[in-house]
Design a protein around this ligand. Structure first.
Ligand SMILES: NC(=O)c1ccc[n+]([C@@H]2O[C@H](COP(=O)([O-])OP(=O)(O)OC[C@H]3O[C@@H](n4cnc5c(N)ncnc54)[C@H](O)[C@@H]3O)[C@@H](O)[C@H]2O)c1
Length: 296
C-alpha cells in the first residue's frame, strides 16, 4: 500500500484518486476549490485543507491540475501555482517525496519548466530529497473511473532510472502495457494520441461531406469502413466536430508548438480547418448528428 496525495481533484484527479483508493492505497485529496474538497469529504474520502497537509502525510503526489490552451499556447499557470506551494513544502520536508505530473504538457515542459523550477527554487535536492516523473492520463471524461481501471497502456516518463519502479508496481494490477521512456517521449505520446483522434474525426467528417455532396448514405459508409478492425468505430460518425475538454485544446497547442519549432503542422492544420467547417455547419443547423459519442 502506498500513501498517495492527489493535487487538483477535477476530472483526472478524482478518477485517479478514487481508483487508487479502490486499489487499497491510502489516498488524500487536495483541491484549491472548497466546493470540490467538500464534495469529496461528503463522499467519505480523506481531504486535506492545504497542499502541505496532503504532502506531509504521503510519499507520492499526483499533480492533476489543468493546462488549458489560450491563444493556441499551453497555459501553465495552475502548474506553477502548485509548484510554488510544493517548493515551500519541500524546503522544510523531513522525508522523501515523489512528484508525479499527470497534466497534459508539451514536449520539453517537464525538463525545461517543471524540473528547472524545482531545481532553482528548492533548497532540497532532486534525486535525494524528492524526485519527479511524468505520467500522462488517457481517460475519457464521461467514463473516467472505468477508464482508470482499464487503461490501454500506462506511460511513465523519467530522466533517470529507478524512479519508475514505484509507479510500475502501483500500475501493474491494471495493465501489462507499461512503457517507461524519456520525459519528452511521454509528453509527445499524450499529444500524438489526442491529435490522431482529432485527425480521425476530421477525416470521417470530410468523408461525410463528400457523401452529402454525392447523395451517398454517410452512415453506411462509416459503418462499412469502421468494421475494419484496424480502423474501429470511434470518431467515424459524420456531423460532430471534435469537442470536449481535450481534443481541440491539445490539437491547437501541438500545432502551435510545432510551428514554433519551425515545422509545418500540415495534417493538424487540416484537421483544425475541417473541424471549424463542421462546427460552422452544425451551428447553422445544416448538419445534425445523432451521435451520442463524446470526443474527449
Ligand atoms: N478531462 C479529461 O478528459 C482529461 C483526460 C486526460 C487528460 N486530461 C488532462 O489532465 C489535466 C487535468 O484535466 P481535468 O479535466 O482534470 O481538469 P479540471 O479542471 O477538471 O481539474 C483541475 C483541478 O485542479 C484544481 N486546481 C487548480 N489550481 C490548483 C492549485 N493551485 N492547487 C490545487 N488544485 C488546483 C482545480 O480547482 C480543478 O478542480 C489537464 O492537463 C488535461 O488536459 C484531461
Amino acid at each position: 500500500m502506498s500513501r498517495i496525495s492527489i493535487i487538483g481533484s477535477g476530472v483526472v484527479g478524482s478518477a485517479t484518486g478514487k481508483g487508487f483508493h479502490e486499489l487499497g492505497h491510502k489516498v488524500i485529496f487536495y483541491d484549491i476549490s472548497k466546493e470540490k474538497r467538500e464534495a469529496l469529504k461528503n463522499d467519505g474520502y480523506n481531504v486535506a485543507n492545504n497542499l502541505s497537509e496532503a504532502l506531509s502525510q504521503t510519499d507520492i503526489s499526483f499533480v492533476c491540475v489543468n493546462t488549458p490552451t489560450h491563444n493556441s499556447e499551453q497555459d501553465l499557470s495552475q502548474i506553477f501555482s502548485v509548484l510554488q506551494h510544493i517548493t515551500e513544502y519541500l524546503n522544510t520536508a523531513e522525508k522523501q517525496h515523489l512528484l508525479v505530473f499527470r497534466s497534459t504538457i508539451l514536449p520539453g515542459t517537464m525538463r525545461n519548466e517543471i524540473v528547472n523550477y524545482l531545481e532553482k527554487n528548492c533548497k532540497t535536492k532532486r534525486g535525494i530529497d524528492y524526485d519527479v516523473v511524468y505520467n500522462p492520463e488517457f481517460l475519457r471524461q464521461n467514463s473516467s473511473l472505468d477508464d482508470f481501471f482499464s487503461p490501454d497502456r500506462v506511460i511513465i516518463g523519467e530522466d533517470h532510472a529507478q524512479l519508475s519502479k514505484i509507479l510500475v508496481e502501483i500500475y501493474e494490477p491494471l495493465t501489462k502495457n507499461i512503457i517507461v521512456t524519456s520525459f519528452e517521449a511521454a509528453e509527445l505520446i499524450k499529444y500524438a494520441s489526442n491529435c490522431f483522434l482529432s485527425l480521425k474525426i476530421s477525416f470521417f467528417n470530410e468523408i461525410g461531406l463528400i457523401c452529402q455532396h454525392l447523395g451517398i448514405d454517410h452512415k453506411v459508409v462509416s459503418l462499412g469502413v469502421s468494421l475494419d478492425k484496424r480502423i474501429g468505430k470511434y470518431g467515424t460518425e459524420f456531423g460532430r466536430p471534435f469537442d470536449g475538454m481535450c481534443l481541440p485544446k491539445d490539437t491547437q497547442a501541438l500545432a502551435s508548438f510545432i510551428k514554433q519549432n519551425r515545422i509545418e503542422p500540415d495534417l493538424l492544420e487540416i484537421a483544425l480547418n475541417i473541424n471549424k467547417k463542421i462546427e460552422d455547419l452544425t451551428s447553422e443547423s445544416q448538419l445534425v448528428s445523432d451521435s451520442t459519442e463524446t470526443h474527449s
